[in-house]
Design a protein around this ligand. Structure first.
Ligand code: ZN
Length: 282
């Protein structure tokens, strides 16, 4: 069972859901939400309008073991499962009713490499997530994820954003930087406070808008067999067409098809999972 915290304002307003640790080892959001829950309980922060729902740990078993998942990636099976087969599918059955009943969801994640730059995903831009993303304390927005997956025939995957969109709601994913970075929890905390102010849920001045670079995601590469990345790539490193990015142990080399950026490189990717993504400035 997941732990859910709800705070209702006296006045009507938007329903806002914040999720953390959908991936169990991504704990920046958990730390931020626990800090916020402490302040809400002490009434140092009060929800004036609307309803705020917080889930500090969406994948408790993976969180306990400090691993991404137990049986499968929860952020690929985020839809209702009539006959759930895995632990993560059972979790999805607890979380999806929340996503379905909240107009806006913010899903807090973190990434694999030290020095990773924080960024937001915007899969389905609309009038709800555009102003929210504008106040998130990050300099990059990654777009085009659904189109990229559709182009590579992998559209059966359901992320938080896709499920929210399917329900007629809106979700945004925030990647707060490297899992272990001290700044990640602070970015997560500031992001939620800025969102609460921008959504009019707390009495606070409108947070400053932060300029964002927009990156269009073009390809993802699944690690098919044993191999390694050829450089100590970081998220958003620039790459050139033809650059050798990775090599399999059998000698097969993977190169960049065009100039752009390497995104979310995971040097520890398991076989059959996403190794890295490629994108270009949009
Ligand atoms: Zn994640």
């Amino acid at each position: 069972m997941i732990e859910i915290f709800e705070y209702c304002g006296k006045e009507d307003g938007i329903s806002f859901l914040v999720l953390a640790a959908v991936h169990g080892n991504e704990t920046a959001g958990t730390k931020a939400l626990r800090r916020l829950i402490g302040q809400l309980e002490k009434r140092e922060i009060e929800i004036g309008k609307g309803k705020l729902t917080l889930v500090p740990v969406c994948n408790p078993a993976a969180y306990q073991k400090n691993v991404r998942e137990t049986e499968e990636n929860l952020n690929r099976v985020m839809k209702p499962h009539q006959n759930p087969q895995t632990y993560e599918q059972k979790l999805a059955n607890e979380i999806c009713p929340l996503i379905a009943t909240h107009r806006m969801t913010l899903d807090l994640h973190s990434t694999h490499c030290p020095e990773d730059v924080p960024f937001a995903f915007c899969d389905y831009a609309d009038e709800y997530n555009k102003p929210l993303i504008a106040v998130l304390p990050v300099g990059y927005v990654l777009e085009g994820w659904p189109q990229m997956y559709a182009a590579q025939n992998a559209i059966s995957d359901f992320s938080t954003e896709r499920y929210a969109h399917t329900c007629g709601n809106t979700a945004t994913t925030l990647e707060c930087g490297y899992h272990e970075a001290e700044t990640a929890a602070e970015i997560a905390y500031q992001a939620v406070l800025n969102a609460l102010a921008a959504l009019g849920m707390i009495e606070a001045p409108m947070p400053p808008l932060m300029d964002k670079k927009h990156i269009l995601m073009k390809y993802f590469v699944i690690k098919e067999k044993s191999g390694r990345l050829l450089k100590n790539y970081k998220h958003l490193d620039k790459i050139r067409a033809g650059e050798k990015l990775a090599v399999y142990d059998d000698g097969t080399i993977l190169t960049a098809p065009q100039d752009g950026f390497i995104l979310l490189p995971n040097p520890d990717a398991k076989i059959g999972t996403e190794w890295y993504y490629l994108g270009k400035q949009g």
